[in-house]
Design a protein around this ligand. Sequence first.
Ligand code: GAL
Length: 662
Amino acid sequence: MTTIRHLTDQLGGLAFGGDYNPEQWDEPVWKEDDELMRRARVNLATVGVFSWSLLEPEPGRYDFAWLDAHLERLHAGGIAVDLATPTASPPPWFTLVHPDALPVTPEGTRLTHGSRDTYCLAAPAYRAAARRVAGALAERYGHHPALALWHVHNEYATLCWCEHTAAAFRNWLRARHGSLDALNEAWGTTFWSQRYTSWEQVLPPRATQWHKNPGQALDFRRFWSDEALAAYREQRDAIRAHSDRPVTTNLMLPHYQNLDLWAFGREVDMVAIDHYPDAPGLDAAADTAFAADRARSFGGGRPWLLMEQGTSTVYAGDRVLGKEPGEILRHTLGHIARGSEGALFFQWRQSRAGAEQWHSAMVPHAGPDSRIFREVTAAGEAVARLGEPAGSTVTARIAVLHDSDAWWALESDGLPSAELAYHPALRRAHRALWDAGVTVDFAHPSTDLTSYQLVIAPALFLLSDATADNLRRYVRDGGTLLVQHASGMVDERLHAHLGGYPAAPLRQALGIRVEEHRPLGQDERIELSDGSHATAWSEALHTEGAQTLAAYTHGMLSGSPALTRHRFGSGQGWYLSTRLDDTDYAALIARLLDETGVGPELPGMPQSVEAVTRRAPDGRRWQIVLNHGSQTVSLPEPAHDLITGATAHRVPAGGCAVLRLA
Ligand code: GAL
């Protein structure tokens, strides 16, 4: 058994750097890179992510000379390497040799090269080529002194509906369901005459006439995630045979949900994520926290790594917004505060040509005499002073439940409302808690939740009886659980729970039974008996032991319960059957925090001040304070700030502090 080296042990502190593509430049630029990386305190460079066409210019002939030279140069400059396998972008020759390994869309269009990610993960030729190139790299560089981390592939995310996929899907279905009869039963194929009488008839969910079979669609998502994980494992194992450095892959968060991120979290040596916020200002800070809390949670609380962020990239609909002065550092520390062992960017130097030539970078087209490079340098200097907290972790007393199956299930065709999406519901719950200044974990609903005072289940649409029973036991044994509307409607096969929603064990814990869903009209906003307001969804529900805290006041639901609380065992099960307005939802969250005695990390601060504590196993603690607002704030207790090396009494508008707590 190989002992895997820790990244921060090798670096001697937290990581700072980014994707480095020297193959796009020439010698004078490399010389300048050496100098600028020193200035920016870069200590980790991700190399080779999209270099397959250089590494293997023709089938089976590798050219390592250029990579040897860059690794030597980086090493001589004291910069460690996060070496990527280049498998996210096969070279054009690969397409010609293996046209069957190109991806096919649900409509049956076969894509071709000319972009990136033009492969089918299930195509045997692609998988074999990926294993080979990963193995060849590992054999050559597995013990290179510059090597600190392996970066397998790039953002496993793309899907395919080709014949290879169909064959692999059938194998997966055979293993999952055992027989065609069981598959027919699971997918409910008697509906709409979909009954399969031979395995050859079973297909991935390609373009079809009307609603897709939801069971087929959900199984396809599960299958694809397993396929991606198998592809990752193959490369990891090919690397492991030659190297003792940690292996990971950069997961894309939060929008692409093509992977079961819990499963990936178990297989990587260190979770790594890429993060680009989708709205500016305070929303970007909240989104940073959302992504970071997910990353930490997927790794079971272990330290993780921010593999990519942008120096000015906030993807907001149809435009890319810049980051305001100070945001590069605040986002960097926002991730570090929540357990990241550093912060890397995409990419070091802004490309002069190519598909992402307008994407931000640490060294912009304008060169080092630029605000962006100065801010990058300031961030690098700050991170270089944060060696002390390396390896420390973050503890939360609240969890938001997060399940890929529930996410995928809510993407089924034919749901009662188009407003039942999982990601916004998850994000909203996290945002309300972030606004309240408390630290949050995400947790899988089937895991042991007893360390949490409060658990929130937004849109947990799919819930097996076994998992529902886990939640029931959590409440019985003293936990406080808030379940939100549209939870527990179907089981793991997407079959509706009969006799009233949600799943029976949860009904017991909540002391309610939902009889009917009544989605609200697009412009409908209703008032509840406690004066709060809600949109999108309502339910006809009955209490079976629960107390009604707020009732509906409109139409046929008038007088029937909307928000309930049930004392069950030594805990409490709360049920919210509608979507409250933001302020009313915040008030409910505040009430739950109050009842469970969970307070903000730094009491008395405005909402725009974020604080998180990292803890070392030996009891040392550091509090990271980020002031996203426009007013200086005073700290309740002065403390030593690792960034300035002096005692901090206050944190200026837009500023940060990393406080060593006594
Ligand atoms: C990431 C990707 C990078 C780059 C970046 C742009 O998702 O891994 O290669 O494309 O996005 O934001």
